[in-house]
Ligand binder design. Sequence first.
Ligand code: GLY
Length: 361
Amino acid sequence: MKFINLKLKANSYPIIFSDDYGDLLCCLKKYLNSKSVFLISDSNVSKIYLEKIINILKKEKFKTENFVFKAGEKSKNIKTLVEIYNYALKVGLDRKTVVIALGGGVVGDVAGFFASTFMRGLNFVQIPTTLLAMVDSSIGGKTGVNLETGKNIVGTFYQPKFVYINSNFLKTLEINHIKNGMGEVLKYAIAFSHKFFKELNLLPDKSIFTLSDFDNIIYKCCKFKAKIVEEDEKEKKGVRELLNLGHTFGHALETITKYKKYLHGEAVVLGILFVVKLANKIKFCDDDTKSNIEKIILNLGFNTKINLKTDAKNILSLMKKDKKSVSKTIRFVLPQKIGKAVSHIEVDDKIILEVIKDFIR
Ligand code: GLY
């Protein structure tokens, strides 16, 4: 078992890396004084793992309840939350119950929001089962749901008591979900580490990654993430915002396509392509940086073309609704060179529109 301690003023917690479910039980006993557990999962993950986890818990005399919702970003909404609140009341959960998110980013965000609001807050544990959730969304306490008009617009900061990462879950993950996670992995390399970027460039073809490649990638990303969250837990200092590289444009794409066309990581990769084009256009980054980023995106097997029936102004107006915008001015995170991104950059609307038009045509 390896772990990273994420240190915060209040609510520090460990990220545990282990392929032994015994370690999960130990952590539940060590960090949480309760035998009542409420598992939240989705229709894909639950088919493979829910019963297994429930059996492990039951052997140790945990009392379990569970709620499963339809897999996919479309379920990440207030309606799903209300169903969970009602179910939780019906089965008699109380303030001592521990909420466990068993799934990917959508499950973690919804379960975390539920845990942070039901009866004014229940203890919460993240068991991420996708690459995206292991490297990013399960860590740092962002929870929330989407509105039809905007992604992640309703949410809270609410830290889990611990995160249990077992890369064996990836054995059953489909290749498009591996790619989805690689979108967020790439974000860390571009924003924080040229060395990590080079390592990603050296990886074998993505279809033959081994679990040990993943263990290494996940651990490194969690180190980046923990450091950033420790510095700027509530995204107030412009530091955590660096993790939103590619997200403003990516979120607009997800919203405009009604959360149906792109997985989050795929949209983020298109968002990264967008900001590198924008940064290059205003001479914030040089041509080599742009072409190296474009190359790695192609090498990792991402689609780099956007085929949308919408106009650039629509996308721009959605981007202005992003949480990072202030007085309708978008504040971009732009790559300056590989391994260094900068937040809070304002760009003239005319230039943004030109880059969007070029990109979507
Ligand atoms: N996924 C970005 C963040 O946690 O801040």
